[in-house]
Ligand binder design. Sequence first.
Ligand SMILES: NC(=O)c1ccc[n+]([C@@H]2O[C@H](COP(=O)([O-])OP(=O)(O)OC[C@H]3O[C@@H](n4cnc5c(N)ncnc54)[C@H](O)[C@@H]3O)[C@@H](O)[C@H]2O)c1
Length: 376
Amino acid sequence: MTTKVLITGGAGFIGSHTADALLREGYQVRVLDSLEEPVHPGHEKPAYLDARIEFVRGDVRDERVLLDALRGCEVVYHFAAFQDYLPTFSRFFDVNVTSTALIYELIVREKLPVRKVIVASSQAALGEGSYRDATGRVLLPDIRPTAQLERGQWEIAAPAGYSGPLQWQRTDETVANPQNQYGLSKIAEERVALSLGKRYDIPSVAMRYSIVQGPRQSFYNAYSGACRVFCLSFHLGREPMIYEDGQQVRDFVNVHDVVAANLLVLQDPRADYEMFNVGGDRPHTVSEFASAVAEVFGASGYRPEPCGKFRFGDTRHICSDVSKLKRLGWQPTRTIHDSVTAYKGWLATADNAAQILDYCNRQMAQLNVVRDVAKA
Ligand SMILES: NC(=O)c1ccc[n+]([C@@H]2O[C@H](COP(=O)([O-])OP(=O)(O)OC[C@H]3O[C@@H](n4cnc5c(N)ncnc54)[C@H](O)[C@@H]3O)[C@@H](O)[C@H]2O)c1
């Protein structure tokens, strides 16, 4: 009998690529997705979804719909999520955490023969990540105060009792220090999954993805970050906005490396009841990333210039330590050039790039996320 897999949020970026890989490996795939806007404009089912997928349109929080979707499935990937910068704090918990609890509730109550649940957590769970002070002591710093950023001071200051300067280091899975509503909901989601999974013998895995890049990422997803905006800018012959001083460290991972990780933890029982960072294993500064995008788009002579603005709530540096997943045999193999090249091809399918870039800028302005450094 072929194993049937349910992917919630499977019409989205990571879910649809995971579905394709599962189909290639002979699994049957059912997707439960409510086709949320703005990710899916006009609530349209995306054309890239494989015709072999059994598609159910519905909300993961709807008990009846979720139960029907779970029936007959042995594996669940829970990817449906609310991701935004909006201060609708309760909605993050409602969509991301309540739905996770409901999956376990239904499996236990209805005695469903689900043998693995894999949930999407996020690097946002790490917050500012882990640092060392000048004497080598490890600390988990707090979010930088907005007043400091308004003065154009970007690095994290050493708190009382520590000696500066602080140096970022790769952050492993033992750290949980979320500093926004999204990260908080993802920590809660992974704890619900791993704790209930253990208690009820439902093998469960939580995946803390870093910044995932590749084609199919919605042009309208507020969380698609630098790749979307930098590619759109160079595509339109404009220079992208570089926030802070461009020296922020980020961790980008290609969606195909993420999919390989998703399949590995399904098939390897050593992953059960564990949480894994899934990152690119190569830190890049934002300026380096902008230069890589410029190269792919043929913008020769481009030099990244900070625009005198910062984003409210941004982390200064973050890079996940992926040694735990590597010990299971996984290794990210794609570079940022691979991701940007693939994204460029995806962007070529959009005939309204200028409107998309305007939309991104308007959205950030409306949310008051992008702020000016105060003039001295
Ligand atoms: N893309 C990244 O860089 C990244 C990084 C860290 C974590 N994640 C997590 O990975 C998962 C997948 O992310 P993605 O980038 O593919 O996002 P995406 O927006 O492309 O896909 C999410 C899908 O979930 C669906 N959805 C949202 N709310 C729903 C609901 N209530 N009921 C049913 N469906 C619903 C949306 O319609 C969408 O198709 C999410 O849980 C996200 O938090 C993503």
